[in-house]
Ligand binder design. Structure first.
Ligand SMILES: Nc1ncnc2c1ncn2[C@@H]1O[C@H](COP(=O)(O)OP(=O)(O)OP(=O)(O)O)[C@@H](O)[C@H]1O
Ligand SMILES: [Mg+2]
Length: 343
């Protein structure tokens, strides 16, 4: 007679599966929930630290293999996934905002595709099931509403502005608050106040990730933002040309100086026209990760102006897969930072 599989056996098997980033086993991490045994069939839930987990497939494969090895008599193995995004607790402590993590996207140089990258990353996070927002803090050219096809103006509730929604993401833009021409003459304190309003006067929902699109350059806006809200991490977008890297270097240095953990660099507009390799050069120079490389694509400018992020129009394209790789790498790195919190 076949012996009955026990919950303990399942736990012992899963104790051999190590989460590659946190370097502990799934049982110790308390990531395994709801183990059920029916005859020889086993089912359980793996609790991820983000729905955009880059390790999901690896964990599924390794858990299945561990059960097969340790419990050869096991029949069907049914693995479910759930997730609970951890918080950068400094955000709620300092600002009483219901936002778990804030990621700032910077470039140093203008026009490298920072807004395009920020928009696509945010849409990827949302499509993976994370509650995601975009804050367009680009005072000089707040064009995120255009890219996301969300014109505004936002409605109001209880004296606060309600973010608009597009492509599963909620969005608030500096462009909704102030006429563009006005911002051009702003200096330090006015800028600081305006960025402050994007938090104090906006009714943000409970968000797992807020992606902030910063204005080009590494001046007052970065500083104001970092002074106003704790930034969980920063990413820097660069072009592919090695000769044009000095601006991105300044972006990286600014994050370092502000004590913002650098999640990595994204190379955009890569390919035959502008070359390749800028991102790799920066990553090596600063010892940070190259999160991904986005090629130049002829459809992007037109579709972007029509409010259609690339990942929504070309979901199966290699570039979209790369955007997902980047967004999952960001989510994974944030999980590790929040999990091993020594801020
Ligand atoms: N990978 C790409 N392939 C083709 N076109 C791209 C790509 N990435 C961005 N673009 C185009 O380049 C232009 C600039 O992009 P974007 O507005 O995202 O840059 P930015 O860095 O945010 O600029 P700014 O400094 O003005 O804020 C846009 O027309 C956009 O559609
Ligand atoms: Mg921009």
């Amino acid at each position: 007679m076949a012996s009955k599989i026990t919950k303990q056996q399942v736990e012992e098997a899963l104790k051999t599966v190590i989460e590659p980033e946190l370097k502990k086993d799934l049982i110790t991490l308390n990531f395994i929930r709801n183990i059920k045994i029916s005859g020889n069939n086993v089912s359980f839930t793996i609790m991820l630290t983000t729905p955009a987990c880059p390790m999901k497939d690896v964990l599924e494969d390794e858990s299945t293999a561990a059960i097969r090895t340790h419990i050869p008599e096991a029949g069907d193995i049914d693995i479910h996934f759930d997730s609970e995004v951890r918080s950068d607790s400094r955000i709620s402590e300092k600002l009483q905002l219901p936002i778990k993590n804030i990621v700032a996207v910077s470039s140093g140089k203008g026009g490298v595709g920072k807004t395009t990258v920020a928009a696509n990353i945010a849409v990827c996070l949302a499509q993976d099931g994370a509650r995601t927002g975009i804050l367009d803090a680009d005072i000089y050219g707040p064009n995120m509403p255009l890219l996301m096809g969300a014109a505004g103006p936002p409605s109001q509730k209880g004296g606060k502005l309600v973010p608009v929604r597009a492509h599963g993401v909620e969005l608030m833009s500096m462009g909704f608050l102030i006429p563009e021409a006005e911002a051009l003459v702003w200096r330090g304190p006015m800028l600081h106040n305006a960025i402050s309003q994007l938090f104090s006067e906006v009714l943000w929902s409970e968000l797992d990730y807020l992606v902030v699109d910063l204005p080009p350059g590494t001046g007052d806006a970065q500083l104001s933002l970092a002074q106003l809200v704790p930034l969980t991490g920063g990413i820097v977008v660069t072009g592919p040309q090695k000769i044009a890297l000095s601006d991105a270097r300044r972006g990286i240095t600014a994050f370092n100086r502000l004590g913002v953990p650098l999640l990595g660099v994204v190379e955009n507009m890569s390919g035959e026209v502008f070359g390749r390799g800028g991102g790799a050069t920066l990553a090596k120079e600063f010892g940070i990760d190259l999160l991904g490389i986005i090629d130049l694509h002829p459809d992007m400018p037109k579709e972007t102006d029509e409010g259609k992020p690339f990942v929504t129009t070309h979901p199966d394209h290699a570039i979209s897969k790369e955007f997902f790789k980047i967004s999952r790498a960001i989510a994974g790195k944030i999980s590790v930072i929040d999990f091993t919190d020594h801020r």
